[in-house]
Write a protein that binds this ligand. Sequence first.
Ligand code: HEC
Length: 118
Amino acid sequence: MQKYIMSGFFFTACIVAIVLMFTLPGKEQVAEEAKPSMPEVVLDAASAETVVKSSCISCHGDQLQGGVGPNLEKIGSQMTPEEIYSLVSKGKGIMPAFKGKLKDEEIANVAQWLATKK
Ligand code: HEC
């Protein structure tokens, strides 16, 4: 009799383990939240310039020459598109986070556009 009870416990434990395996966030998912992954977009320079004009030049200057924020004229030689995407999404220091204000695709497009500034 005890044997059946024990195997019953074992069976239940297995079910719980399997359910947990599928419901707990995986390691990759956690890593993704810490470093947002950039959606793939085809660079659209015109719309990137529109977004930059309305959201960024107040701090970075109308020619990206800098102001409150640093000069971005050569930012592409310092940062990858993914790094720019992550920084713009999350913000840094007094620079606001743009995630939620701009679409992820818009941020990705701007990041790719800025990355061409070398
Ligand atoms: C409120 C002012 C402000 C606005 C608006 C702003 N930024 Fe910034 N930005 C900053 C400041 C200040 C820094 C420097 C942050 C630090 O290093 O502490 C910065 C840093 C950056 C950097 C990193 C530069 C470097 O050399 O490290 C990038 C790239 C950048 N901003 C892009 C953008 C983009 C793209 C936008 C528009 C979507 C934007 N910023 C809007 C103030 C701003």
